[in-house]
Write a protein that binds this ligand. Sequence first.
Ligand code: NI
Length: 167
Amino acid sequence: MPLLPILRFPDPRLKKKAAPVRRIDESIIRLARDMAETMYEAPGVGLAATQVDVHKRVIVIDVSETRDRLFTLINPEIIESAGQQVCEEGCLSVPGIYDKVERAESVVARYLDLAGQEQTVEANGLLAVCLQHEIEHLDGKVFVEHLSQLKQTRIKARLAKQAKISA
Ligand code: NI
């Protein structure tokens, strides 16, 4: 199965707002499977469909050390959040860049699973960070946009340089 190419910041397609999934059909199931494979191969702890240029509300997450606790979330929504934490984040669309972002410490998210059943997940720590980070992707936002303009300019310059070296 081919790995999906991942868009890199500041690609304007990362700014598109993803549309809700209306029907969980074969194409959505295949997308979720390809996204999971892409995330594990990268490797990363989460991936949003936006990052593979599919603008539908689908995310995959696995924050386990054993890499065997895959969450596939369709139309995820944060319905409760509390507290705050500062965590160093990275992103497969911003390779090699890590920086601190403030987020809620705990969240409750509602979503549909691949069988179309409504589920909720209560999360704190890394899983809570990851849920917030990936859901933001679906709304067209990349974590570096939480950083100062100066940092964002530096990050763009660094990524442009990397792209030139690998081209
Ligand atoms: Ni990301």
